[in-house]
Write a protein of this length. Sequence first.
Length: 401
Amino acid sequence: MKKTFLNLFILLISIYSYSQEKQLLPKGVIVDSVKIANTANESYAVYLPKQYRREVPSAIVFIFDPGGRGKVGIEPFILAAETYKYILVCSNNSKNGPTDVNLEIANRLFESVSTEYNLNPSELYISGFSGGARLAGSMAVSSVAFQGVIACGASFNEVDKFALQDASFSYVGMVGDKDMNYQEMIQNEEWLNKMMLKNTLFVNHKAHTWPSQKEMLRAFDWLEIQAFKNSIRKSNETTIKRIYDENLKIADSLKGNNEMITAIAEYDRCYAIYDSKDEKIKTTIESIKKSKEYKAQIAKRDEISVLENEITNSLLNQFDKELEVAKSDDDFKFWKTELKKLDERKAKSKDIAIKNMVDRIQSMTRALVYETANESKRNFKNDKLLYCEELKKVIQLYDKK
């Protein structure tokens, strides 16, 4: 972490030594492979907004995709980049794997980018999806370089959560209610509130995937409001009104569809735009929280959380026990039984919350075995790799049903 902090400090210093003589890349298109100097095979994808001017210091978003897919990582951000004039940069080499390796890759990316582009040191942002979100969080808590974090589909590594008392960045969480890390992101929001870190959480109806461009724009709308409040950008009443009106429209729609929990989140964002002086929104929030529908949905969410935690812990404990000896003593009977129960629970239930819970648990199980197999392969633990490969076959059997 100390080295990360040092290199991010160098990033800030390097910004001021940027040379205007650097070659300008085309604007409005993704350039998917810009080589990083003094490396054998490291590169990044970059997107310069159409209004980019090299003589004007620019805001930038450093992006980390769990598969090291630079172009894929940049695509969700393009609408936001064009709206707010952000440069987008995504590593082609950082991917799910050892943290220390990814930190080194990220540091080389920072150093290269800081000398290639004219950056505004007060408008540095960092984002990632899944393991990339955890990496982004690590970078943010170990430095003072970044104004904002956009974490998609995952929160922090456990060690980073306890460094948040010194954090000063704004944090956007984004997750789907079918995402295996949904409960984690709900708990992360609660933790950030306890840490008194400025944050918000956007929930959609997707599984474990990057958000859409429109969803990502909403994240940057929220960050723009924070930039206004923190005097990072000059306040713009036209922009503020647009964001407020769009949030209010979404909130009203969610309320009309009886999605009371997410409606409250949207009304809360509206309420915060004008520093809690909107009495109409305040009255609406209070009314919803008193409603039977809202109370019932909160109770159901809490009930699902307890049940999901019980099932997940049971699966994790069994996996840890078998992985330790690298075998199943009963020909994976436990897994066949539990996976069948999940299938039946989903098929028989008419409750979308139950169906989403099953989707999340099934996704978690697949990801757990897949990532452990990859780690075992990297560390030459062939017995554990073989165990994971056999368990994969069992999981795939039930995936087809």
